[in-house]
Design a protein around this ligand. Structure first.
Ligand code: AMP
Length: 412
Protein backbone atom coordinates (compact mmCIF):
# COMPACT_ATOMS: atom_id res chain seq x y z
CA UNK A 1 0.00 0.00 0.00
CA UNK A 2 1.53 3.36 -0.97
CA UNK A 3 1.62 6.27 1.52
CA UNK A 4 -0.93 8.13 -0.63
CA UNK A 5 -3.62 5.60 0.31
CA UNK A 6 -3.34 6.26 4.05
CA UNK A 7 -5.29 9.51 4.09
CA UNK A 8 -2.25 11.57 5.07
CA UNK A 9 -2.26 15.34 4.73
CA UNK A 10 -0.42 16.81 1.72
CA UNK A 11 2.20 18.51 3.98
CA UNK A 12 3.13 15.11 5.33
CA UNK A 13 3.07 13.34 1.96
CA UNK A 14 5.43 16.01 0.62
CA UNK A 15 7.79 15.45 3.53
CA UNK A 16 7.74 11.67 2.98
CA UNK A 17 8.51 12.24 -0.67
CA UNK A 18 11.37 14.60 0.20
CA UNK A 19 12.83 11.88 2.45
CA UNK A 20 12.66 9.45 -0.46
CA UNK A 21 10.37 6.90 1.18
CA UNK A 22 8.19 5.14 -1.35
CA UNK A 23 6.23 2.49 0.50
CA UNK A 24 5.51 2.03 4.20
CA UNK A 25 7.56 -0.56 6.08
CA UNK A 26 5.52 -3.47 7.57
CA UNK A 27 5.12 -1.81 11.00
CA UNK A 28 4.00 1.41 9.33
CA UNK A 29 1.56 -0.40 7.06
CA UNK A 30 0.00 -2.29 9.95
CA UNK A 31 -0.09 0.43 12.59
CA UNK A 32 -0.87 3.59 10.61
CA UNK A 33 -4.52 2.76 9.73
CA UNK A 34 -5.19 2.13 13.45
CA UNK A 35 -3.25 5.07 14.86
CA UNK A 36 -4.59 7.46 12.22
CA UNK A 37 -8.10 6.40 13.27
CA UNK A 38 -7.26 7.70 16.75
CA UNK A 39 -6.91 4.33 18.44
CA UNK A 40 -4.34 3.46 21.10
CA UNK A 41 -1.71 1.22 19.55
CA UNK A 42 1.00 -1.06 20.92
CA UNK A 43 3.58 -1.80 18.27
CA UNK A 44 6.16 -4.52 18.73
CA UNK A 45 8.77 -4.17 16.07
CA UNK A 46 12.48 -4.58 16.00
CA UNK A 47 14.80 -1.61 15.91
CA UNK A 48 15.27 -0.23 12.44
CA UNK A 49 11.78 -1.23 11.36
CA UNK A 50 10.67 2.35 10.77
CA UNK A 51 8.73 2.80 14.00
CA UNK A 52 9.68 6.48 14.41
CA UNK A 53 7.74 7.34 11.27
CA UNK A 54 4.95 5.00 12.44
CA UNK A 55 4.27 7.24 15.45
CA UNK A 56 5.35 10.61 14.05
CA UNK A 57 2.89 10.57 11.14
CA UNK A 58 -0.34 10.08 13.13
CA UNK A 59 0.93 12.54 15.73
CA UNK A 60 1.55 15.30 13.18
CA UNK A 61 -1.66 14.51 11.29
CA UNK A 62 -3.63 14.96 14.51
CA UNK A 63 -1.90 18.24 15.43
CA UNK A 64 -2.37 19.68 11.96
CA UNK A 65 -6.05 18.67 11.86
CA UNK A 66 -6.56 20.25 15.29
CA UNK A 67 -4.80 23.41 14.19
CA UNK A 68 -7.24 23.77 11.30
CA UNK A 69 -10.13 23.53 13.74
CA UNK A 70 -8.56 25.81 16.35
CA UNK A 71 -9.07 29.51 15.65
CA UNK A 72 -6.02 30.37 17.82
CA UNK A 73 -3.84 28.33 15.47
CA UNK A 74 -2.12 26.39 18.16
CA UNK A 75 -0.65 28.91 20.54
CA UNK A 76 2.19 27.98 22.85
CA UNK A 77 0.75 24.71 24.06
CA UNK A 78 2.28 21.28 24.15
CA UNK A 79 -0.06 18.96 22.28
CA UNK A 80 2.06 15.90 21.76
CA UNK A 81 4.58 14.19 24.00
CA UNK A 82 7.12 11.59 22.91
CA UNK A 83 8.88 9.90 25.82
CA UNK A 84 12.07 8.00 25.10
CA UNK A 85 14.70 6.38 27.33
CA UNK A 86 17.94 8.00 26.14
CA UNK A 87 19.16 11.43 25.15
CA UNK A 88 20.54 10.14 21.86
CA UNK A 89 17.24 8.59 20.90
CA UNK A 90 15.39 11.77 21.87
CA UNK A 91 17.71 13.82 19.66
CA UNK A 92 17.12 11.46 16.80
CA UNK A 93 13.34 11.41 17.17
CA UNK A 94 13.27 15.20 17.37
CA UNK A 95 15.19 15.32 14.10
CA UNK A 96 12.73 12.90 12.48
CA UNK A 97 9.78 15.01 13.68
CA UNK A 98 11.48 18.11 12.26
CA UNK A 99 11.98 16.44 8.89
CA UNK A 100 8.38 15.28 8.68
CA UNK A 101 7.05 18.64 9.83
CA UNK A 102 9.22 20.42 7.25
CA UNK A 103 6.24 21.64 5.24
CA UNK A 104 4.05 22.47 8.23
CA UNK A 105 4.29 25.03 11.03
CA UNK A 106 4.54 22.50 13.88
CA UNK A 107 7.65 22.88 16.03
CA UNK A 108 9.28 20.32 18.27
CA UNK A 109 11.26 20.91 21.47
CA UNK A 110 13.97 18.57 22.68
CA UNK A 111 13.86 18.14 26.45
CA UNK A 112 16.82 16.14 27.69
CA UNK A 113 19.27 16.18 30.57
CA UNK A 114 22.82 17.38 30.01
CA UNK A 115 21.67 20.29 27.84
CA UNK A 116 20.75 23.87 28.69
CA UNK A 117 17.58 24.20 30.77
CA UNK A 118 17.09 27.80 29.56
CA UNK A 119 17.26 26.89 25.88
CA UNK A 120 14.67 24.19 26.44
CA UNK A 121 12.41 26.55 28.37
CA UNK A 122 12.73 29.10 25.57
CA UNK A 123 11.81 26.49 22.95
CA UNK A 124 8.63 25.81 24.90
CA UNK A 125 7.87 29.51 25.26
CA UNK A 126 8.32 30.00 21.54
CA UNK A 127 5.45 27.61 20.93
CA UNK A 128 6.74 24.08 20.49
CA UNK A 129 3.72 21.82 20.17
CA UNK A 130 5.61 18.55 20.18
CA UNK A 131 7.92 17.66 23.02
CA UNK A 132 10.41 14.90 22.63
CA UNK A 133 11.81 14.10 26.06
CA UNK A 134 13.61 11.81 28.43
CA UNK A 135 11.66 11.42 31.69
CA UNK A 136 14.06 13.13 34.15
CA UNK A 137 14.35 16.55 32.51
CA UNK A 138 10.66 16.51 31.59
CA UNK A 139 9.79 16.14 35.27
CA UNK A 140 12.17 19.02 36.13
CA UNK A 141 10.32 21.31 33.70
CA UNK A 142 6.96 20.15 35.00
CA UNK A 143 8.06 20.90 38.57
CA UNK A 144 9.37 24.35 37.67
CA UNK A 145 6.05 25.15 36.00
CA UNK A 146 7.65 25.82 32.61
CA UNK A 147 5.67 23.02 31.05
CA UNK A 148 2.25 21.55 31.55
CA UNK A 149 0.64 18.61 29.88
CA UNK A 150 -3.07 19.41 30.09
CA UNK A 151 -3.44 20.01 26.35
CA UNK A 152 -1.66 16.86 25.23
CA UNK A 153 -3.66 14.96 22.62
CA UNK A 154 -1.15 12.28 21.66
CA UNK A 155 1.48 10.57 23.80
CA UNK A 156 4.12 8.19 22.54
CA UNK A 157 6.11 5.83 24.74
CA UNK A 158 9.03 4.72 22.63
CA UNK A 159 11.23 1.78 23.66
CA UNK A 160 9.04 1.13 26.69
CA UNK A 161 10.96 -2.02 27.60
CA UNK A 162 14.18 -0.02 27.65
CA UNK A 163 12.57 2.57 29.94
CA UNK A 164 11.80 -0.28 32.28
CA UNK A 165 15.38 -1.62 32.12
CA UNK A 166 16.74 1.82 32.88
CA UNK A 167 14.50 2.25 35.92
CA UNK A 168 12.30 4.96 34.40
CA UNK A 169 8.93 3.31 35.02
CA UNK A 170 8.11 5.26 38.23
CA UNK A 171 8.88 8.51 36.34
CA UNK A 172 6.83 7.36 33.34
CA UNK A 173 3.90 6.59 35.64
CA UNK A 174 4.21 10.02 37.28
CA UNK A 175 4.14 11.69 33.86
CA UNK A 176 1.27 9.58 32.50
CA UNK A 177 -0.86 10.57 35.48
CA UNK A 178 -0.52 14.24 34.50
CA UNK A 179 -1.89 13.67 31.01
CA UNK A 180 -5.52 14.28 30.11
CA UNK A 181 -7.61 11.11 30.06
CA UNK A 182 -8.87 11.81 26.55
CA UNK A 183 -5.46 11.56 24.92
CA UNK A 184 -4.35 8.94 22.41
CA UNK A 185 -1.42 6.74 23.50
CA UNK A 186 0.96 4.94 21.17
CA UNK A 187 3.52 2.58 22.59
CA UNK A 188 6.46 0.95 20.87
CA UNK A 189 8.50 -1.73 22.54
CA UNK A 190 10.56 -4.61 21.18
CA UNK A 191 9.24 -6.85 23.94
CA UNK A 192 6.34 -6.46 26.37
CA UNK A 193 7.55 -7.61 29.82
CA UNK A 194 4.92 -7.88 32.62
CA UNK A 195 5.75 -4.45 34.08
CA UNK A 196 5.21 -2.82 30.68
CA UNK A 197 1.95 -4.77 30.34
CA UNK A 198 0.85 -3.25 33.68
CA UNK A 199 1.50 0.24 32.32
CA UNK A 200 -0.53 -0.70 29.24
CA UNK A 201 -3.48 -1.81 31.38
CA UNK A 202 -3.28 1.26 33.55
CA UNK A 203 -2.77 3.95 30.93
CA UNK A 204 -4.03 2.74 27.57
CA UNK A 205 -7.58 2.33 26.31
CA UNK A 206 -8.40 -0.86 24.42
CA UNK A 207 -5.12 -0.78 22.58
CA UNK A 208 -4.74 -2.45 19.21
CA UNK A 209 -1.69 -4.71 19.19
CA UNK A 210 0.42 -4.67 16.09
CA UNK A 211 3.33 -7.02 15.66
CA UNK A 212 5.67 -7.47 12.78
CA UNK A 213 8.18 -10.26 12.85
CA UNK A 214 8.63 -12.04 16.11
CA UNK A 215 10.00 -9.38 18.47
CA UNK A 216 12.85 -11.70 19.35
CA UNK A 217 14.00 -12.19 15.82
CA UNK A 218 17.00 -10.55 14.29
CA UNK A 219 16.77 -8.83 10.91
CA UNK A 220 17.12 -11.45 8.19
CA UNK A 221 19.50 -9.22 6.24
CA UNK A 222 22.12 -9.44 9.00
CA UNK A 223 24.75 -12.14 8.64
CA UNK A 224 25.82 -13.23 12.10
CA UNK A 225 28.99 -14.97 13.24
CA UNK A 226 30.71 -15.94 16.47
CA UNK A 227 34.48 -15.48 16.57
CA UNK A 228 35.89 -17.60 19.40
CA UNK A 229 39.08 -16.01 20.75
CA UNK A 230 40.94 -15.77 24.04
CA UNK A 231 40.24 -12.69 26.13
CA UNK A 232 43.88 -11.65 25.73
CA UNK A 233 43.67 -11.53 21.93
CA UNK A 234 40.33 -9.76 21.61
CA UNK A 235 41.87 -6.32 21.05
CA UNK A 236 44.18 -7.64 18.37
CA UNK A 237 41.36 -9.52 16.62
CA UNK A 238 39.12 -6.46 16.74
CA UNK A 239 41.85 -4.37 15.13
CA UNK A 240 42.24 -7.00 12.38
CA UNK A 241 38.46 -7.13 11.80
CA UNK A 242 38.01 -3.36 11.50
CA UNK A 243 40.89 -3.25 9.01
CA UNK A 244 39.35 -6.00 6.82
CA UNK A 245 37.97 -5.26 3.37
CA UNK A 246 34.32 -4.25 3.26
CA UNK A 247 34.29 -3.09 6.87
CA UNK A 248 33.29 0.51 6.28
CA UNK A 249 31.52 1.63 9.43
CA UNK A 250 31.50 -0.31 12.66
CA UNK A 251 29.85 -0.06 16.04
CA UNK A 252 31.77 -1.98 18.68
CA UNK A 253 29.75 -2.88 21.76
CA UNK A 254 31.18 -3.47 25.20
CA UNK A 255 29.49 -4.48 28.42
CA UNK A 256 30.77 -1.65 30.59
CA UNK A 257 31.94 1.95 30.27
CA UNK A 258 35.42 1.02 31.47
CA UNK A 259 35.62 -1.69 28.79
CA UNK A 260 34.54 0.85 26.15
CA UNK A 261 37.39 3.15 27.20
CA UNK A 262 39.78 0.20 27.22
CA UNK A 263 38.78 -0.90 23.70
CA UNK A 264 39.13 2.67 22.42
CA UNK A 265 42.60 2.72 23.97
CA UNK A 266 43.49 -0.64 22.30
CA UNK A 267 42.47 0.73 18.89
CA UNK A 268 44.19 4.02 19.51
CA UNK A 269 47.44 2.23 20.33
CA UNK A 270 47.24 0.63 16.90
CA UNK A 271 46.62 4.03 15.26
CA UNK A 272 43.00 3.21 14.52
CA UNK A 273 40.76 6.24 15.02
CA UNK A 274 37.50 5.67 16.86
CA UNK A 275 34.83 7.52 18.82
CA UNK A 276 33.47 6.49 22.22
CA UNK A 277 29.90 6.70 23.45
CA UNK A 278 28.86 5.99 27.01
CA UNK A 279 27.03 7.70 29.83
CA UNK A 280 30.09 8.88 31.80
CA UNK A 281 30.95 11.31 29.03
CA UNK A 282 29.53 14.80 28.93
CA UNK A 283 26.59 15.45 26.62
CA UNK A 284 28.90 17.49 24.40
CA UNK A 285 31.34 14.59 24.06
CA UNK A 286 28.50 12.17 23.34
CA UNK A 287 27.03 14.49 20.70
CA UNK A 288 30.42 14.96 19.07
CA UNK A 289 31.07 11.21 18.95
CA UNK A 290 27.66 10.61 17.35
CA UNK A 291 28.07 13.41 14.88
CA UNK A 292 31.59 12.38 13.83
CA UNK A 293 30.29 8.88 13.27
CA UNK A 294 27.17 9.93 11.40
CA UNK A 295 29.08 12.31 9.16
CA UNK A 296 31.71 9.66 8.43
CA UNK A 297 34.61 11.60 9.99
CA UNK A 298 35.12 8.61 12.19
CA UNK A 299 34.12 5.14 10.98
CA UNK A 300 34.37 3.25 14.27
CA UNK A 301 32.22 3.91 17.30
CA UNK A 302 32.82 2.07 20.56
CA UNK A 303 29.69 2.08 22.70
CA UNK A 304 27.98 0.54 25.69
CA UNK A 305 24.41 -0.75 25.47
CA UNK A 306 23.24 2.79 26.05
CA UNK A 307 23.67 3.29 22.33
CA UNK A 308 22.33 -0.12 21.40
CA UNK A 309 18.75 0.92 21.13
CA UNK A 310 17.09 3.26 18.80
CA UNK A 311 20.15 5.09 17.55
CA UNK A 312 19.70 5.50 13.86
CA UNK A 313 23.01 5.46 12.10
CA UNK A 314 22.42 4.60 8.48
CA UNK A 315 24.70 2.24 6.64
CA UNK A 316 26.56 0.61 9.48
CA UNK A 317 28.34 -2.19 7.71
CA UNK A 318 29.31 -4.09 10.84
CA UNK A 319 28.50 -4.54 14.47
CA UNK A 320 31.16 -6.12 16.63
CA UNK A 321 30.21 -7.37 20.07
CA UNK A 322 33.51 -7.08 21.86
CA UNK A 323 31.79 -8.65 24.85
CA UNK A 324 28.97 -11.14 24.61
CA UNK A 325 25.92 -9.36 26.05
CA UNK A 326 24.66 -10.79 29.34
CA UNK A 327 21.06 -10.61 28.18
CA UNK A 328 19.94 -12.22 24.97
CA UNK A 329 17.61 -9.28 24.31
CA UNK A 330 20.57 -6.90 24.25
CA UNK A 331 22.13 -9.09 21.58
CA UNK A 332 19.11 -8.52 19.34
CA UNK A 333 19.18 -4.79 19.98
CA UNK A 334 22.90 -4.48 19.46
CA UNK A 335 22.88 -6.25 16.14
CA UNK A 336 19.82 -4.26 15.11
CA UNK A 337 22.31 -1.45 14.43
CA UNK A 338 23.27 -3.11 11.19
CA UNK A 339 21.03 -4.47 8.47
CA UNK A 340 18.81 -1.45 9.03
CA UNK A 341 16.19 -0.58 6.48
CA UNK A 342 17.10 -3.76 4.64
CA UNK A 343 20.75 -2.98 3.91
CA UNK A 344 23.10 -5.93 4.26
CA UNK A 345 25.12 -6.00 7.44
CA UNK A 346 27.34 -8.23 9.44
CA UNK A 347 27.26 -8.82 13.15
CA UNK A 348 30.32 -10.38 14.69
CA UNK A 349 30.55 -11.50 18.31
CA UNK A 350 33.92 -12.12 19.94
CA UNK A 351 33.51 -15.00 22.38
CA UNK A 352 36.07 -15.83 25.04
CA UNK A 353 36.02 -19.22 26.76
CA UNK A 354 34.40 -17.67 29.84
CA UNK A 355 31.61 -16.21 27.72
CA UNK A 356 30.67 -19.48 26.01
CA UNK A 357 28.01 -20.03 28.70
CA UNK A 358 26.03 -17.04 27.36
CA UNK A 359 25.75 -18.32 23.80
CA UNK A 360 23.06 -21.04 24.23
CA UNK A 361 20.59 -18.55 25.72
CA UNK A 362 21.19 -16.11 22.84
CA UNK A 363 20.66 -18.89 20.32
CA UNK A 364 17.54 -20.06 22.12
CA UNK A 365 16.19 -16.51 22.31
CA UNK A 366 16.74 -15.72 18.64
CA UNK A 367 15.75 -19.24 17.60
CA UNK A 368 18.79 -19.73 15.43
CA UNK A 369 22.26 -21.21 15.63
CA UNK A 370 25.02 -18.71 14.98
CA UNK A 371 27.89 -19.85 12.78
CA UNK A 372 31.37 -20.02 14.32
CA UNK A 373 34.14 -18.57 12.27
CA UNK A 374 37.84 -17.75 12.41
CA UNK A 375 39.34 -14.69 10.75
CA UNK A 376 41.45 -15.73 7.77
CA UNK A 377 45.12 -14.89 8.19
CA UNK A 378 44.85 -13.91 11.86
CA UNK A 379 47.68 -15.26 14.07
CA UNK A 380 45.60 -17.01 16.75
CA UNK A 381 47.76 -17.90 19.74
CA UNK A 382 45.19 -20.54 20.76
CA UNK A 383 43.34 -22.27 17.89
CA UNK A 384 39.70 -21.10 17.98
CA UNK A 385 37.06 -23.77 18.67
CA UNK A 386 34.77 -23.78 15.71
CA UNK A 387 32.10 -26.19 16.95
CA UNK A 388 29.65 -25.36 19.67
CA UNK A 389 30.25 -26.59 23.20
CA UNK A 390 26.68 -27.71 23.44
CA UNK A 391 27.18 -30.09 20.51
CA UNK A 392 30.09 -31.82 22.31
CA UNK A 393 28.96 -32.11 25.93
CA UNK A 394 32.20 -33.61 27.10
CA UNK A 395 33.09 -32.87 30.73
CA UNK A 396 36.32 -31.36 29.47
CA UNK A 397 34.46 -28.25 28.31
CA UNK A 398 32.20 -27.82 31.26
CA UNK A 399 32.92 -24.68 33.27
CA UNK A 400 33.91 -25.87 36.70
CA UNK A 401 32.90 -24.19 39.88
CA UNK A 402 35.97 -22.21 40.86
CA UNK A 403 34.63 -20.20 43.77
CA UNK A 404 34.45 -22.29 46.96
CA UNK A 405 31.11 -22.56 48.73
CA UNK A 406 30.67 -19.66 51.11
CA UNK A 407 32.39 -17.25 48.72
CA UNK A 408 36.03 -16.67 47.92
CA UNK A 409 38.57 -16.86 50.73
CA UNK A 410 41.30 -14.30 50.94
CA UNK A 411 44.58 -14.69 52.71
CA UNK A 412 45.62 -11.84 54.92
P1 AMP B 1 13.51 3.57 12.86
O1 AMP B 1 13.12 2.14 13.14
O2 AMP B 1 12.39 4.51 13.05
O3 AMP B 1 14.75 3.97 13.60
O4 AMP B 1 13.86 3.69 11.28
C1 AMP B 1 14.92 2.99 10.69
C2 AMP B 1 15.34 3.58 9.35
O5 AMP B 1 14.37 3.35 8.34
C3 AMP B 1 15.57 5.07 9.36
O6 AMP B 1 16.80 5.31 8.71
C4 AMP B 1 14.44 5.65 8.54
O7 AMP B 1 14.86 6.82 7.90
C5 AMP B 1 14.15 4.52 7.57
N1 AMP B 1 12.74 4.45 7.13
C6 AMP B 1 11.64 4.66 7.89
N2 AMP B 1 10.54 4.48 7.15
C7 AMP B 1 10.94 4.13 5.90
C8 AMP B 1 10.24 3.81 4.67
N3 AMP B 1 8.93 3.79 4.60
N4 AMP B 1 11.00 3.52 3.60
C9 AMP B 1 12.35 3.51 3.68
N5 AMP B 1 13.07 3.81 4.79
C10 AMP B 1 12.37 4.11 5.90
Amino acid sequence: MPFTRLGLRPELLDAIKALGYEVPTPIQEKSLPESMAGKDVIGSAQTGSGKTLAFTLPLLQRLLDDRDKDPHKGGPRVRALVLVPTRELATQVEKAVGELAKFSPVKCALIIGGASFTTQRDALRKGAEVVCATPGRLLDLLRSGDLHLRDVKVTVLDEADRMLDMGFMPDVRRIMKLLPASRQTLMFSATIPPEVERVVNEFMREPVRVEVDRPRSTATSVTQALFPVTEGQKGELLAAIVKSDGVDSVIVFTRTKARADYVAHCLDRRDIKCGVLHSDLSQKERDRAMEDFREGRCTILVATDLAARGIDVPEVSHVVNYDVPEHAEDYVHRIGRTGRAFAQGDAVTLVSFEEERLIPSIEAFTGQKIARKALDGFAYRVPPRLHSYEARPSSKFRIRRVIPRGGPRFRR
